[in-house]
Design a protein around this ligand. Structure first.
Ligand code: C5P
Length: 253
């Protein structure tokens, strides 16, 4: 049966779900960086990110952080609730790296005095500019009250994820979250949406400092597939059949 494609992004395709108010998220192996200036394929990434994000979103649901996640359907797909995505990316940082290190002329790797939250406006044409709370509320992208909730949830996710990853020998350097509005009986709730995976987190091995995330792709460091597999293995979600299984069915209907 052909499904209606709602949206195709850089790493995922969204299809209309089986019931109203549901969406199927299909995870691709395609990788992009620097706002599409660099493109490539990370074999098995879709299969691994589907599993990693399922695991993390389920644990967050368990501790009472509302998310869009419902259940994993197969190797590359998961069923999620349909939400209205806020046009902002929330970045939480624990250690100086990436654009933060560059912006302030810092060496990568210094622990920040406290976790820092940043907001970016989601716009490919504008290269996702850094924005302030003032921009968000004045432009009507989110109300002050909603933004307070987003900030509180983001810090809670940060606390939880730092603990989860440290238990796997990984330092959570920084990560990006997206939130959506979920409508239920005329009531609006904000929930965590999109995905949480090595595509959207910086994860460094505690012992060696080795990067275990998409920076390996962005910076042509090699060993990209292996890094994603190692994160999945440490979280205990590597598909049983191992790497051979990772190519998975690629057919998108
Ligand atoms: O590039 P920058 O240092 O601002 O990225 C901060 C964090 O947000 C990194 O973990 C990166 O993977 C994530 N990010 C993302 N999608 C973007 C921008 C950043 O997942 N569009």
């Amino acid at each position: 049966m052909r499904r209606r494609r709602i949206y195709e992004g850089k790493g995922k395709v969204l299809f209309e779900g089986p019931e109203p108010g549901t969406v199927v998220q299909y995870f691709k192996d395609d990788a992009t960086a620097f706002n599409n200036k660099k493109t490539g394929t990370i074999t098995g990434k879709g299969v691994l990110n589907n599993r990693i994000s399922e695991f993390i979103m389920s644990r967050l649901n368990d501790i009472g952080v509302p998310t869009h996640f419902m259940r994993r359907l197969n190797m590359r797909e998961q069923l999620v609730r349909e939400v209205e995505i806020l046009p902002i990316e929330v970045v939480v940082r624990n250690v100086a790296a990436g654009s933060f290190a560059k912006r302030f002329g810092l060496e990568e790797g210094g622990r920040l005095p406290r976790s820092i939250i940043e907001y970016y406006y989601k716009s490919d044409e504008l290269d996702d500019p850094l924005i302030t709370e003032e921009h968000i509320t004045a432009m009507g992208w989110a109300a002050t009250q909603d933004l307070d909730e987003v900030m509180q949830m983001s810090l809670r996710v940060n606390d939880f994820l730092q603990g989860l990853f440290i238990g796997c020998g990984l330092t959570l350097v920084d990560f990006k979250l997206e939130f959506g509005r979920l409508w239920e009986d005329e009531e609006m709730r904000l929930v965590l949406a999109d995905e949480i995976s090595p595509d959207s987190c910086r994860l460094w091995d505690v012992e060696s400092g080795e990067r275990m995330d998409k920076d390996r792709f962005r910076r042509d460091m090699g060993g990209v597939e292996e890094a994603y597999q190692e994160v999945a293995r440490r979280l205990g979600v590597l598909p049983e059949a191992g790497p051979l299984d990772l190519k998975g069915p690629k057919t998108v209907q």
